[in-house]
Write a protein that binds this ligand. Structure first.
Ligand code: ADP
Length: 482
């Protein structure tokens, strides 16, 4: 028997992406189908989503969805089922999914994503004709109100399925002033410590966590870390209280999109057996970034340029990286001070450091294929995907020992080298001295070609596809509907 799941997310490839959440929400349908689970993904009707809809069917019309007209439009894309919340007042606007072109959060984000949650709860609890789901699965704060509406204000009280709330990043919680509560359409009973109330305001993620039947996060280590004040971002107490409902399920990667043997975006495809062919990718990447050809390793960074990602510490170590013979290519955007700092470094080290500010999916593939090592110095990292793509592409990850980074990279320490099992370099704290030591270690490993090749091949042999995690989600759903 097929289990039907409504996955509610604010982004999913190939329709809209700002980060790893989109990769995961986009991959879940394919990951779960082999396990008898059919996923329908509910997304906001951003311009990029509406533009991609071909043949479609209107499944519901709202005259008043938290004050605006809206339509639910069902369609298929790439063999997967989607429903778009077509609500022009909320989503038909230029700019980003969450912020305007200047990076300022949309003022009405609470209403935009409460509306998404309301629609998700309606779909899952019998409020929309011919739509029935066995489980509702909400991702991050933007979708979290779906579980809260399901609990406190379902369309039909007799049709409430179990729900899963997945935390992709505890740092983003959707916290709003108490004044919005009366406009959410929730009963007064929802204004409670075990409801939506959070420090005197409304916490969307908090409400989702309190309301869901099960809580997951995206790596086993992060599931442990969020029980502590350092990583719990104020919600550690709640996570400890509900510890019996919390599990960590590692994200997988889409190994058809991220496959160096057949990646059409590359200068030269390659496998673990034909590693020397990577060189053509490195040469073309150097040319593309205007970097000198040189003997030392070419480091790459593909990242949001933020404090979480340790990009401020990266800035501090760039002179050292260049001093020990490394070169650096960065692709990313974010904090203006970090963007400016990186551009200063580029000016200081022509031919050695090169920066592309922006978002470029194809270039990110070419960087994984042409770089020698990918730097991921995150202060916290729920799962992290770029290190997984690095492993798949023979671009050795150099990572902070936190969250999913520590779960997926095997440090090439003496024991691991002796056993031939290392896949990268890990360091403990995101500080100048520890990152410098990690860079020194990486350069020394790179200078030993046989060992370096071993690291690359070990990484390429890892299976981080969805096969294991898809089954883990399917088992979780099954346990909830049993
Ligand atoms: P997060 O979701 O916290 O930003 P992840 O490592 O989980 O970090 O996922 C980031 C995703 O976004 C990866 O697929 C990565 O390749 C991609 N990415 C990040 N920045 C860029 C960029 N500037 N251009 C292209 N892809 C990017």
């Amino acid at each position: 028997m097929t289990t039907s799941v409504l996955s509610v997310a604010s982004e999913a490839v190939p329709l809209i992406k700002t980060g790893g959440l989109a990769d995961v929400a986009g991959a879940l349908p394919g990951a779960l189908r082999p396990h008898g689970v059919e996923v329908t993904t509910l997304l906001p009707g951003y311009p990029s989503v509406m533009a991609a809809i071909g043949k479609s069917r209107t499944v519901h019309r709202y005259d008043d969805l938290l004050g605006e007209e809206a339509t639910l439009v069902a369609f298929e894309l790439g063999g997967n089922r989607f429903i778009a919340l077509d609500a022009p007042a909320y989503f038909a606007r230029e700019g980003g999914a969450y912020a305007d072109a200047n990076g300022h959060d949309w003022q009405d984000n609470w209403r935009r994503f409460a509306a998404l949650g309301r629609a998700g709860a309606d779909l899952a609890s019998g409020g929309v004709k011919r739509q029935r789901f066995d489980v509702l699965h909400a991702h991050d704060w933007q979708a979290a109100m779906a579980t809260a509406y399901l609990r406190f204000a379902p369309a039909k009280a007799k049709c409430v399925p179990p729900s899963v709330m997945t935390i992709h990043n505890m740092a983003f919680q959707g916290y709003f002033p108490s004044a919005i509560f009366s406009r959410l359409g929730l009963p007064d009973s929802a204004w409670a410590i075990h409801g939506v109330e959070y420090h005197g305001g409304v916490g969307f993620l908090k409400a989702g966590l309190e309301s869901a039947s099960a809580i997951t996060t995206v790596s086993p280590s992060y599931a442990r870390e969020i029980k502590t004040p350092e990583f719990g971002m104020g919600l550690d107490g709640l996570i400890v209280t509900h510890a019996d409902r919390v599990t960590g399920i590692l994200n997988g990667i889409d190994n058809q999109t991220w496959k160096p043997a057949s990646d059409t975006q590359l200068e030269q495809t390659f496998t673990a057996r034909t590693l020397p062919r990577r060189l053509a990718n490195k040469r073309s990447l150097e040319a593309e970034f205007g970097l000198d050809e040189a003997d030392g390793p070419l480091f790459v960074v593909i990242s949001r340029l933020s404090w979480q990602k340790g990009m401020d510490v990266l800035l501090e170590v760039i002179d050292h990286l260049v001093g020990i013979g490394g070169r650096l290519a960065v692709l990313g955007s974010g904090d203006p001070a970090i963007e400016n700092g990186l551009q200063d470094c580029e000016a200081r080290h022509p031919g050695r450091v090169s920066i592309r500010i922006g978002y470029d999916e194809a270039l990110s593939h070419r960087m994984q294929a042409g770089g020698d090592a990918i730097l991921v110095p995150s202060r916290f990292e729920p799962c992290g995907l770029t290190q997984l793509y690095g492993l798949a592409y023979g671009c050795v990850p150099v990572v902070a020992r936190t969250g999913g980074l520590s779960d997926t990279v095997i440090d090439a320490n003496v024991a691991a080298l002796a056993a031939g099992t290392g896949t990268g370099v890990q360091f403990n704290h995101v500080t100048y001295s520890e990152l410098v030591a990690a860079l020194d270690r990486t350069v020394a490993l790179y200078a030993q070609p046989a060992i370096w090749r071993r690291l690359q091949r070990n990484g390429m042999a890892c299976d981080f596809s969805w096969s294991i995690s898809g089954k883990a989600y399917a088992d979780l759903y099954a346990s909830l509907i049993a």
